[in-house]
Design a protein. Structure first.
Length: 184
């Protein structure tokens, strides 16, 4: 549960919150008011400098981590990025955890002009590198280990569905981690 810090007008908050782990939630019972809350990750609403490049609702660009915010800023600023979207593509998949159909909202859609002038399209998922690897076998099965296994299995199911979707639509699917974002 997030800790509520205060209720503010949007103009009081600014276009995005740059420090700490604050994020903004629209407060339904008070028109034009937003809740400022604290959570584990940097989250918020992104206001682009170049809104014409964005495909989707430009007033509802949400980032769920500092890594997504970094990528959003890069996409917005780069001249070779022709268009992009955030959580605008939805791909159905079957969860291996509960066996039920779910909807996967891919983090980003990107259309860019490569250095040779070719137009390329990508769907991009931003994830911690650790979540791209199978969990290390533990000497005893803990609730944390079970959760890591479930997260890995669900991510793999999502990514298989995304690869099929990308292949069918002549798009490339990419998983970006902190290694690609920060060159580590």
């Amino acid at each position: 549960m997030d800790k509520i810090v205060g209720i503010y007008n949007r103009s009081e908050i600014g276009c995005e919150v740059r420090w700490g782990v604050w994020h903004i939630r629209y407060y339904l019972y008070m028109p034009n008011k937003y809740l400022l809350t604290m959570s584990k990750y940097l989250q918020g609403q992104f206001i682009p400098i170049n809104p014409k490049k964005y495909r989707g609702n430009v007033n509802n660009i949400i980032y769920r981590s500092s890594w997504e915010l970094k990528l959003l800023r890069w996409l917005d600023e780069q001249t070779n990025v022709l268009e992009y979207g955030s959580e605008e593509i939805v791909i159905p998949y079957i969860s291996p955890v509960d066996g039920k159909p779910h909807r996967y909202f891919v983090d980003f859609y990107v259309k860019l002009r490569s250095s040779n002038g070719q137009i390329k399209k990508y769907i991009v998922e931003v994830k911690p590198y650790d979540q791209t690897l199978p969990p290390k076998k533990k000497s005893r099965v803990t609730p944390r280990y079970i959760k890591e296994c479930q997260t890995y299995a669900v991510n793999q199911a999502k990514w298989i569905a995304a690869k099929k979707f990308a292949e069918y639509n002549n798009i490339e699917f990419v998983v970006m981690t902190e290694k690609e974002l920060y060159g580590t």
